[in-house]
Design a protein around this ligand. Sequence first.
Ligand SMILES: Cc1cc2nc3c(=O)[nH]c(=O)nc-3n(C[C@H](O)[C@H](O)[C@H](O)COP(=O)(O)OP(=O)(O)OC[C@H]3O[C@@H](n4cnc5c(N)ncnc54)[C@H](O)[C@@H]3O)c2cc1C
Length: 456
Amino acid sequence: MTDHTADVVILGGGSGGYAAAIRAAELGKSVILIEKDKVGGTCLHRGCIPTKALLHAAEVADHVRDAGAVGVTATLEGIDIARVTTYREGIVAKKFKGLEGLVKARGITVVAGEGRLAPDRSVTVGDDVYRGGDVILATGSYSRTLPGLEIGGRVLTSDGALALEEIPERVVILGGGVIGVEFASVWRSFGAEVTVVEALDHLVPNEDIALSKALERAFRKRGITAKLGVRFAGVTQTDAAVSVALEDGTAIEANYLLVAVGRGPATAGLGFEEAGVAIERGFVTVDGRLQTSVPHVWAVGDIVPGLQLAHRGFQQGIFAAEQIAGLSPVAIPESTIPRVTYSSPEVASVGLTEAQARELHGDAVVAYEYNLAGNGKSEILGTAGIVKVIRQVDGPVVGVHMVGDRVGELITEGQLAVGWEAHPEDLAPLIHAHPTQSEALGEAFLALAGKPLHAL
Ligand SMILES: Cc1cc2nc3c(=O)[nH]c(=O)nc-3n(C[C@H](O)[C@H](O)[C@H](O)COP(=O)(O)OP(=O)(O)OC[C@H]3O[C@@H](n4cnc5c(N)ncnc54)[C@H](O)[C@@H]3O)c2cc1C
């Protein structure tokens, strides 16, 4: 048994863990980062980056298919999935190399192996013990399934979907949340027949209802079938196909079933509870400063209840490192974290939905919807969609919600508005370059400030 010590020991090298490691090292702390697979975690290797590369390939396919509409002669001859995979893996490999270089340059010690939390702020890996002045837990999440629904064969999670070496002719996706909707978009662009099954009444059900409805309309136009408000009953599979039964009596035949019903916290069997760390429904309980029930043991990322997003993990990792280093970082409220679904069309939002705002502020809320039909750049790009901004009466902007191709890139402005509690009157004088899609946001701010330009 060998004993190692460092100021900070971090268990898990994904978005939350590696951000904490980098920031702690920047602040002069010695850092040991324990990772059983690859630094970068889900986001880099199996999540954000590979799926966005796929979505980009899908966008290119759509552009080629629609090229004639803008006078460019081109024919989509097919999708070479092996080359799409090479492109995707190339991007991940490049980002991984860059990250490894960064971690090394910061003098962070990376330990390869499966760690387990032990009492007294230590983590064991095999016979070795890593003791920290502080310990940060960042073990991430895994794809959930439903009771009795076994993953295997033609029943896939997002990991299996990424590993697929073919484009399915027909696919059923269970779950109309972010991951389900993004795969639906990719596979449809690649030519598959796609059915999304969602037990709730809408796609992306956590979003403002206006965005859900706009996405459903756009998906319908694209030929993606959405079965909403209906529950999954069971699946059978053969060597070549699956048959998915729904509680309304329908059966859907397809080549694969993708199970995208959310992600669970990876906290079981890692010694957390034995070391005194409080857990609730699998998630680590933390206070407002990310400290667990054990002093000097912190938790960040997907194991902390709330939005399971990489940029939240980064921010929490930075926050925990600064807290440990004795700084007084400002806690970022969950409500000002931007959320983007990168399907075609994209869905992007920050802050309260209209329903949430009305629940909090009653009638003292104004919502304004600007249709992208009035936006020149969106017309040029051929995208429909809306920008919806919500303010308190005589008060700040509390929510920004958008749907349309490329609107994900606009959410930062929404975040600034909501995060800084700006009033539309503060924002109205700011100039948005013409012609850009950001003008749609500008128009919504103008309208809410009582001086609409290209709108009534
Ligand atoms: C298909 C898909 C697409 C996504 N797209 C986006 C997106 O576009 N934008 C976005 O913001 N988010 C996206 N996410 C979510 C994002 O990936 C996660 O929110 C983020 O990775 C969480 O970071 P984390 O550090 O908490 O956990 P993870 O990234 O899961 O990292 C945890 C790490 O801990 C390691 N680990 C676990 N247990 C141990 C142990 N006992 N010992 C050693 N190491 C251990 C794991 O190997 C892993 O590397 C996506 C997720 C998926 C699945």
